[in-house]
Design a protein around this ligand. Structure first.
Ligand code: ADE
Ligand code: ZN
Length: 330
């Protein structure tokens, strides 16, 4: 099973690049850029990775991201993730970044986007991995602030394919960003949103009303049978993140995770790593954790990869090529 998972061609659709910041790089950049963090060494950073809920993680994640200052920092972070994709046979990835986390600190959007896209280009040329970039709006901030960020993103239309919504979910429902998502759609961006991670199923319903084509997480969709039927019949993808859900206590243990049940019910479920440096693993570790806890058949693991391909923003001809790769693999 391990060998099958490791060599299965995989597609990642839910990865925050700031969440791929490993403790070693965090310490190094903290020293190099003179940005203090409240940890002296790797052990102290790792010890802090005990989360009670989403907010306790986000506090640390935003503190960690503050060490990213220069274009080279964003390049180095992204390149390290792409090398990991190469090792783990991730053949295509759609990466989130949080513009406001950086622009609020005075880092120009251009510095962030250039650093990330430079690494993505190199990964395409040298590793053959394709990718898209999605800018997430921070939902704990106002719609007005998000709208200003969306306007800044118009200068990077060729680099950024979509707009997402992340950060503290409860109390910040998708409807808060109705005007922003309407504008983003008019500007031609593809839309996704985190929903149903800690928020109840009404957050998923509201995200669909914004016009999103994927739901990030969606764990709480079973609370509404009507919603479940919509997700199934319209094949709205759920980008689920098992190790993240376990680390943030969205699920008490992985044996209780609904991922396999939803897959068997006919939903377009996918496996992703969310913030791998914080939650104990990249794509293979997430597949392995589900395999160990829920014992899916090999065909079901392959189906998870096919679902991610279907849910990706790749054009049809490239989907066909990758589909052949996945199907020939057994
Ligand atoms: N930002 C980074 N990871 C996140 C998550 N799991 N939920 C919401 N916002 C996030
Ligand atoms: Zn996420």
């Amino acid at each position: 099973m391990l060998h099958f998972i490791h060599s299965l061609p995989k597609i990642e659709l839910h990865l925050h690049i700031e969440g791929a910041l490993e403790p070693e790089m965090m310490l190094k950049l903290s020293h190099a850029n003179g940005i203090p963090i409240p940890y002296q060494n790797l052990q102290e950073i790792r010890r802090a990775y005990q989360f009670g809920d989403l907010q306790s993680f986000l506090d640390l994640y935003y503190a960690g991201a503050s060490v990213l200052c220069k274009q080279e920092d964003f390049f180095e972070l992204t390149w390290a993730y792409m090398l990991r994709c190469h090792q783990e046979r991730v053949v295509h990835t759609e990466i989130f970044f949080d513009p406001q986390t950086h622009t609020m600190r005075g880092i120009p959007l251009e510095t962030v986007v250039r650093g990330i896209t430079q690494a993505l280009k190199k990964a395409k040329e040298e590793l053959g991995i394709s990718s898209y970039l999605i800018a997430c709006i921070l939902r704990h901030l106002s719609e007005e602030e998000g709208m200003r960020t969306l306007e800044d993103l118009l200068d990077f239309r060729h680099e950024v394919i979509g707009i997402g919504l992340d950060s503290s979910e409860v109390g910040n429902p998708p409807s808060k960003f109705k005007n922003l998502f309407k504008r983003a759609k008019e500007e031609g961006f593809l839309l996704v949103a985190h929903a149903g991670e800690e928020g109840d199923s009404s957050y998923i319903q509201e995200a669909l009303e914004l016009g999103v084509c994927r739901i990030d997480h969606g764990v709480r969709c079973e609370e509404s049978l009507e919603l479940l039927e919509v997700l199934r019949s319209r094949r709205i993808p759920l980008t689920m993140c098992p190790l993240s859900n376990y680390a943030l206590k969205v699920t008490p243990n992985l044996k209780n995770h609904n991922l396999l049940r939803l897959l068997r019910y006919g939903l377009c479920v996918t496996i992703n790593s969310d913030d791998p440096a914080y939650f104990g693993g990249y794509m293979n570790a997430n597949f392995e954790a589900i395999a160990q806890a829920l014992h899916p058949a090999q065909d079901e693991l392959r189906q998870l990869s096919l679902n991610a391909l279907e849910a990706s923003f790749l054009p049809l001809d490239q989907k066909k090529e990758i589909k052949a790769l996945i199907l020939e693999y057994s």
